[in-house]
Write a protein of this length. Sequence first.
Length: 484
Amino acid sequence: MYDRQNVHRFSVDDALTVPNINVSQRSVDFTCLKNLWPQLKGIGLNAVGKDGVAVLLGMDIVEAHEQYRVLKPPYGVKAPRAIQTPFGWCIVGPMYGPFINPCKTYRVYRIGQTVQDDLTDLVKYQWSIESLGIQRATTEMLSNDDKRALHILQTTTRKTNGVMNVRVTKADQAMLSFLWPKPNSDTPVGHFNMRVHIFGAACSLSVCTYVLRRTAEDNKTQFPTVWERVFNNFYVDNYLDSFMSEQETETSCHDLKLMLSYAEVNEAFITCVNLAQRESYEEEISCLSSKKLLRVQSKILTLSPFLDQKGSLRAQGRLERAELPYEVKHPFILPRKHTLTNMTTERTLWPLKGNCGSAWRHGVQWHFSPPSAPHFGGVWERMIRSAKAALHKILNGRATSDEVLLTVFIEVESLLNSRPLTHISIDPSDPELLTPNHFLLGRSCPHVPPDVVTEIDISSRRKWRAAQAIVDSFLEKMAPRVRP
């Protein structure tokens, strides 16, 4: 590209071509135009015809858009400006006058280039299995009739007294009517209607199966290992499954029956809880029912008791805003030496007679550690006592910030978990000794002191040095106590 005087030349690479460029065909008489504004006088302007625009130069050719000189109108006056470029003078800006064609045209153009894929990639894509135009559906494909049937089941299924019943609506009971004569009697034949779904009806199978699966879905948090069996191993009302042992069979069947009757069992348990609470806390229940304050001598005053919707005493505390189930945030308040309390504790916290099937499959042996009996713990309880004694001797009533104390506890925990669990061998070729840190962190001892500190640094203003000094003193006093 070059100007008329052949003074400026520019090379254009990777130019894009189109059959024509649809731009405005306006024409301006610059000879008469330059006399309207003083700043345009004295510059050479050639008349431009209606031959059209043939070339568009973008800003990728920066030299072609260079401005040598700019002639501006007075400040605040709307008038065109003259810009001298390598191709000559260029007039830009608003223009008004009788010599200008008043035609206005607004157009938006987009010029792009399609990327041509490599021929080899196109052939591979054509012969690949994934290019058949079939995509696996992420959700279950249902017809319109199935969607409507599922919507009816979801909207009409509800619980009655906490239990899902497969009853027939009163308007549809006439469809399941039948005649029944009383045997050996002269009484007229009786007309009866079925209130629950019968086995022979076509709709009964889908309704009962949906209610069965809905019950399992609602109780999957209480029975995480059993609820899937309802979806995979039930055919109509038959349960088909196989197990590796008789004990696992008994445990799974017991949990399955308990899950399907969870609502009834839960209601019975709440009834037992209410009876046990009224035996021991009748006065407290009476005060809470009448919205009175409890006596100061009440044994459950510190638990902030309240009555739930079913009249059961529950405790409340700092777990109120935690993302936990309601039963965990507000547990039942049970008498200390009641039979129900002992049975509940043994059932939930101490599985008796190997009732935990998953633990039995992994060879887990239960060793019950009673509360307030640390001597049942063995080595780990002894280490906890030694750690408490060492920390008490090091701190010795010294005030430390929460950040320093938290750092010290984390470092102490890491040191205690680095104690070997197996026999220590003197052979250097033996494998690395197994420690609790291997199970928690995948390595033996991640504790690497950042610097060398002394006992004087415990009172340092630098918190990290104070924390490190406490940990080093703890290790020095703790090592003789827990050395394997």
